[in-house]
Design a protein around this ligand. Structure first.
Ligand code: I3P
Length: 109
């Protein structure tokens, strides 16, 4: 699965809140390959050579859990991803169906 997703980091791997200045929403072209959610800065990058920056932004979804962020009211179609290292991200999809699809693909991967 692939497509545009907005991402917000909220909790880092050390369990601390993501520091101010790094908590903003950022647009990525996401592609799910196996147990890695690649976060590409540009859409065209996903099928070509893999860029170091894109690898750095990628997220291991092994033992992770995606669920609807029902408590986050500021934006629609937002789901939360908690990783095995207990990092927490919010992702905003373009509509409800996309959101559901991403959660299903992540949780079944
Ligand atoms: C963050 C940015 C986010 C906001 C976050 C800010 O600032 O404005 O949009 O989250 O609030 O810290 P920065 O870009 O400087 O990191 P929301 O859109 O969810 O309000 P937060 O600290 O309450 O998460």
């Amino acid at each position: 699965k692939q497509g545009f997703l907005l991402r917000k980091c909220t909790v880092e791997a050390d369990g601390r809140k993501t520091p101010l200045g790094k908590r903003g929403w950022k647009m990525f072209y996401a592609s799910l390959k196996g147990l890695i959610l690649f976060m590409h800065k540009e859409e065209y990058r996903y099928e070509r050579q893999v860029y170091t920056e894109d690898i750095r932004n990628s997220i291991s979804i092994h033992h992770s859990l995606a669920s609807k962020a029902t408590d986050y009211k500021k934006r629609p179609n937002v789901f939360r991803l908690r990783t095995a290292e207990w990092r927490i991200f919010l992702f905003q999809a373009s509509d409800q169906e996309e959101m559901q699809d991403w959660m299903t693909m992540i949780n079944l991967a």
